[in-house]
Design a protein around this ligand. Structure first.
Ligand code: SAM
Length: 335
């Protein structure tokens, strides 16, 4: 490791980003109706997408110079990225070694979970909004429920634990399925977290008045389970954790809309085409790909990255009347 002085990714509101979300691709093999239209989107041109070497170089700068301690790979669907295993391996070889995780729909995870573990991946979060096969096909527009289950089992068998399941509840589709999902996850030993639906869909169909809120989710869970707040300090974790029936199992709720946690945010995002985003909802990005390809040295890249973080707004402003959804949808930012 080169001995550099670490310059933290600090903003003007006292927060420091240490958790890097790296989108490796904007394409996906599901079409979750709240995330992507049936016909897909205009994908990034191949030449705009960072190469494996470019991604690893940016991660290295983040880890060695900017205090990044955790790297989560996401997309689009990161398992569609050919070089994923190698990118994970090279990331784990950096010093100080970052924690690594993957957010995935698990299609194909059955085949690569072992290789990802061998490459040093620590954990996976698998997105699964329902355990009813017909509803899965209805939400994702693909009949691939069994593949997700195979992927989840493979993740556990490979030791990518705790295996987390992330679920979004949608009004009129699966909003009554919170207890069923929790029961299923408890039975299978997966850690469930519900995520409130956010205004990040390309169709702009999200409505504050119809989204399923954390309060509703907790209320419906409490009809079947006793939930008590887990006492561990939450820190920058987005999920509020609750002990289920006295523990030890817990369930999490990520209430980005109704109980925002921006004041504790420690995240920064890198898109597949090399743009730094200091917030999921940011309307501005900072281009690292162009300087990277124009021969900028690590100092220059680090300087631009630090500058990009300084302007992070205090909050996402979803509840502000002037809120405008970012141009990029969730799948192109990296959730
Ligand atoms: N394809 C991978 C997956 O399915 O996990 C990674 C990318 S996907 C965009 C990451 C997560 O974002 C998924 O759990 C998905 O349910 C969630 N997501 C997508 N659109 C969302 C929205 N508008 N609000 C909340 N979560 C959303």
């Amino acid at each position: 490791m080169s001995k550099q002085r670490v310059q933290p990714l600090a903003d003007r509101h006292g927060r420091v980003a240490t958790d890097l979300r790296v989108s490796l691709i904007d394409r996906c093999n599901l079409r979750c109706t709240y995330c992507m239209p049936a016909e897909g989107l205009d994908w990034l041109p191949n030449e705009d997408v960072l190469t494996d070497d470019e991604v690893v170089r940016l991660i290295r700068i983040g880890v060695e110079r900017l205090g990044i301690t955790a790297v989560r790979f996401t997309g689009g669907e990161p398992l569609l990225r050919k070089g994923l295993v190698d990118v994970v391996r090279r990331t784990k070889q950096l010093r100080p070694t970052p924690e690594t995780s993957l957010t995935t729909n698990a299609l194909g995870l059955g085949r690569v979970a072992g290789a990802l573990r061998d490459a040093g991946l620590d954990r996976v979060n698998v997105s699964l909004d329902t355990v009813r096969r017909e509803d899965f096909a209805r939400i994702t527009l693909r009949d691939r429920f069994d593949d997700v289950i195979t992927g989840l089992e493979a993740a556990r068998a490979a030791g990518l634990e705790p295996v987390k399941v992330n679920a979004v509840l949608l009004r009129g589709i699966n909003d009554d399925q919170a207890p069923e999902l929790l029961r299923w996850c408890l039975d299978h030993g997966y850690h469930l977290r519900f995520i409130e639906q956010m205004p990040l869909d390309p169709q702009h169909g999200w409505m504050r008045s119809t989204m399923v809120t954390a309060d509703e989710i907790l209320e419906s869970l409490q009809r079947e389970f006793v939930l008590t707040e887990a006492r561990r300090p939450r820190g920058s974790q987005p999920a509020e954790e609750f002990l289920v029936d006295g523990g030890p199992f817990t369930v999490g709720v990520i209430a980005s809309v109704t109980r925002p946690f921006c004041g504790d945010c420690d995240r920064v995002r890198l898109t597949a085409d090399g743009q730094v985003r200091n917030c999921l909802f940011a309307r501005e990005e900072s281009d690292l790909r162009t300087p990277l390809r124009n021969g900028a040295d690590d100092d220059e890249i680090a300087r631009r990255w630090v500058a990009a973080m300084a302007g992070k707004l205090p909050g996402h402003g979803i509840d502000d009347p002037s809120f405008l959804q970012p141009t990029r949808p969730m799948s192109a930012i990296g959730g």
